[in-house]
Design a protein around this ligand. Structure first.
Ligand code: G1P
Length: 333
C-alpha cells in the first residue's frame, strides 16, 4: 500500500501563525503535525509516500527530507494552487499506479494511529473506505449516511442541512477504482475537485464504499484553539524525564520532559510540559500545558497553556491560560 499526504493547503484560519509556517508544520507535542502523520503511515507498513505541496513546498521538503528518518521514501508533488483533494489524486496518478493507497490530510491529528482503519480495509477491501466520527455539528465537514452496517449510502460535502451526524475524517483508503471517479467529477461549490464527490460517484455506480468509525483521538487542526487542544491532549501522555539541567533554585512539578541541553535557572515548571533541546528558562514560571520549542529563551516570564515555537524569545511576558471554545466546533475558511 502506498500513501498520499496532502499538504498543499494554506491554512488561512490559522493566521497569523501560517504567515510564518504552513499549518501542516505547526508543532504538536514539540513536533510538526506531519511528523505524526508519517509515523502513523510507517506503523501500518507503508513505505512509499507522495506528499502534495503548494506554496510552502520548500519548508515542507526541508522538514521531512527524503523520508529516511521515518523509514519512508518520500516523493514531492507540486500543486500550482489549491484545486481540491480529488485534484491531488489526479496529480498523483503516475506515482500511485494501480496500487491501493491511503490518503491522509496533512492537517488532521490522529495520535492513536490508523492501525484499526488499515486492518478494516485489509479485511474487507471495499472499493473505498472512509473514516467517520459522530460530531454535534457536522456542517463544516463531509457528511456520510450509512445503512447501519457501515456501507455508505450517501456522502455530501459540508451540507447546510446534514442528514446525519457522521463527519468524514481526513483518512481515506482507496483501491484503483477511485481514479476513474476522480476523472469524471467537476468542481464543486468552492470551485475545487472534491474527493467527497468522487467517492459519491463510486457509491452511485454501485461500488462498495464503507465507513469505519474511528475510535481514537481526532482533531482537524484549523484554528489556534485546535493547536492548543491537540497539544494539551498530547501532553497528557508525557512522561517525566529531566535530561537537561535544573539548578538548585529551580523546581519541576508533575510530568515535565526536559530535553538534553535545556536549562532551568531560578524557575518553576509545572507539568505537563515539554521543554525542547537547548531551551533556557530563566527566572520564570512555566506551565501547566506548555510546549517550549528548541533553542527558546524564556526570561522573567509567566506562561500557561501555550506553545512557543522553535527559537522563540520572551522577556517580561505574562500570559495566563484562556478557556478554549467547545470541542468539535469548526469555522470554515
Ligand atoms: C476536507 C474534506 C471534508 C472532511 C475534512 C476533514 O475538508 O473535504 O470532507 O470532512 O477535510 O478534515 P477541508 O479541510 O478541505 O475543508
Amino acid at each position: 500500500m502506498k500513501a498520499l499526504v496532502l499538504a498543499g493547503g494554506s491554512g488561512t484560519r490559522l493566521r497569523p501563525l501560517t504567515y510564518v509556517m504552513p499549518k501542516q508544520l505547526v508543532p504538536v507535542a514539540g513536533e510538526p503535525l506531519l511528523f505524526h502523520t508519517m509515523r502513523n503511515l510507517h506503523q501500518i507498513g507503508v513505505r512509499d509516500v507522495a506528499v502534495v505541496v503548494g506554496d510552502w513546498h520548500a519548508e515542507i521538503a526541508d522538514a521531512l527530507g527524503d523520508g529516511r528518518r521515518f523509514g519512508l521514501r518520500i516523493t514531492y508533488l507540486r500543486q500550482d494552487r489549491p484545486r481540491g483533494l480529488a485534484h491531488c489524486v489526479l496529480l498523483a496518478r503516475p506515482f500511485l499506479g494501480a496500487d491501493d493507497f491511503v490518503m491522509c490530510l496533512g492537517d488532521n491529528f490522529l495520535p492513536d494511529g490508523i492501525g484499526d482503519l488499515a486492518a478494516d480495509f485489509a479485511q474487507r477491501r471495499p472499493a473505498a473506505q472512509i473514516a467517520v466520527r459522530a460530531v454535534d455539528d457536522p456542517r463544516a465537514f463531509g457528511v456520510a449516511e450509512t445503512d447501519g452496517s457501515g456501507v455508505v449510502r450517501r456522502l455530501v460535502e459540508k451540507p447546510a442541512e446534514p442528514a446525519g451526524n457522521l463527519a468524514v475524517l481526513g483518512v481515506y483508503f482507496f483501491t484503483e477504482a477511485i481514479h476513474e471517479a476522480v476523472e469524471r467529477i467537476r468542481p464543486g461549490a468552492r470551485g475545487e475537485l472534491e474527493i467527497t464527490d468522487a467517492v459519491q460517484l463510486l457509491v452511485t455506480a454501485g461500488a462498495t464504499v464503507r465507513a469505519s468509525e474511528y475510535a481514537g483521538y481526532w482533531a482537524d487542526v484549523g484554528r489556534i484553539e485546535d493547536v492548543l487542544r491537540c497539544n494539551r491532549h498530547a501532553l497528557d501522555q508525557v512522561k517525566p524525564e529531566l535530561l537537561g539541567e535544573v539548578d538548585d533554585a529551580s523546581e519541576t512539578v508533575g510530568a515535565v520532559a526536559l530535553a538534553p541541553g535545556a536549562r532551568l535557572v531560578r524557575s518553576r515548571v509545572e507539568g505537563p510540559a515539554i521543554i525542547g533541546p537547548g531551551a533556557a528558562i530563566v527566572d520564570s514560571k512555566v506551565g501547566p500545558n506548555v510546549v517550549i520549542g528548541s533553542e527558546c529563551t524564556i526570561q522573567a516570564t509567566r506562561l500557561g497553556d501555550c506553545v512557543v515555537l522553535d527559537g522563540g524569545r520572551m522577556t517580561g511576558l505574562i500570559s495566563d491560560p484562556q478557556p478554549l471554545p467547545p470541542e468539535g466546533e469548526r469555522r470554515d475558511d
